[in-house]
Design a protein around this ligand. Sequence first.
Ligand SMILES: NC(=O)c1ccc[n+]([C@@H]2O[C@H](COP(=O)([O-])OP(=O)(O)OC[C@H]3O[C@@H](n4cnc5c(N)ncnc54)[C@H](O)[C@@H]3O)[C@@H](O)[C@H]2O)c1
Length: 393
Amino acid sequence: MRDSDSSNNRQLLLLIAGAKGTVGSTVAVAVAAMKRNPQFILPSLSTGRLFSYLGEPQAISFGGWDASGKNLCASIKAHAVLPEHLWKPYEAEIDGMPIFEAPGPDSDLKRQVERLIQDFQRFKSKLPDAHLVFVNLLPANVQLDLSGCSDLPQLYAQVDSKVLPDLAYTLAAVLSGVPVVNFTPNIVEIQPILEEAIKHGVPVAGRDGKTGQTYLKMVLASALKARNLTIDGWYSLNILGNADGENLMNPARAEGKLSHKTDLLDNLLGYQVGQRYGASSHKVHIDYYPPRGDAKEAWDTIDFQGMFGLPMSIRLNLLGRDSILAAPLIIDLARWNTVLKMAGRVGPVPELAFFFKKTVGDNPPLTFQDQIAGLQKLVRECDEKILAIQSKF
Ligand SMILES: NC(=O)c1ccc[n+]([C@@H]2O[C@H](COP(=O)([O-])OP(=O)(O)OC[C@H]3O[C@@H](n4cnc5c(N)ncnc54)[C@H](O)[C@@H]3O)[C@@H](O)[C@H]2O)c1
């Protein structure tokens, strides 16, 4: 069946690398809960009322890969994002979700890609009519400079898949014609992969989900910019006690995320915060603090100036929940990528900047207002294209 065919009862099959992780396993519970009681989850989605040609939003299934040997419910219990009464009722469905073993870390990138392409085939044969979407939720990793890799043979020769397993999954998805969402700070959107995405008709959305503190930073900075208030300094501190927080204590692994969090502000404002001090006065710190688990806390101190250069200040204290903020965005992005593929959109999608800290693609919208307007325009474009295609059948 072609993507443009009338598809109102096709399932969406969400395939996640890192499916048993803190975010992935929360998405699994949301998918199970949504099937049984759609109204419990649908109000948390921003796409719940969009894309009627996709069919019921609850027609969604979950699968993927993980390196952990624990079963999915044991992982949900260990992450302690959700109290037991919120996931126990779906235990049987959750443990029936197909999670494949991660490819052995000792095989090279090419062999891993081949193995994962077979896995995509296995998933397709389980649900032959489904729209497949791949979401990368692997741990934050070191930033590799792969700008010198211009084609696949070079990529296969240069990359040690142990260092960046994300590439094997992303490439296998692209070569299988499956749209990609990169929610991690890891760089997978490199030239040879984007070229293959264009060749295989695959949209690529990324990078680094914008969930809590950075989302509010973008909203507030946009509001201050709209009033011509000059930001003189911005100090952001995060404490979190989940596996992502622990992983980010490794400076090489945190580098990408920290630079995405900092670059965003200067890009949005159009000037460097702290220019007059000769160095950036936008500081971002992340600290692993086990007592908090997934219930992350963030503090922001924002110093800004008004008329006559007189100083003012804002304090922001977010008591968030990392995976609860992230999980609905994963489902929204899976729905977006399905629609984009049906509309014939390929390669990077900068209009999805609303969802990401470091949007891939040219000239992404930067302020909150422009990101919302960009999404609304994209909805209209996709609706028009898909309805026009469907009217021909
Ligand atoms: N939670 C948020 O708000 C948020 C926001 C932006 C970005 N992110 C990013 O999302 C990603 C996932 O976050 P998380 O909190 O779920 O992390 P996590 O560490 O809890 O989960 C990662 C999962 O990946 C699995 N894994 C490791 N190597 C693997 C491999 N080679 N193949 C398959 N599975 C493998 C692990 O076993 C684990 O289950 C991270 O990169 C994080 O930085 C999260």
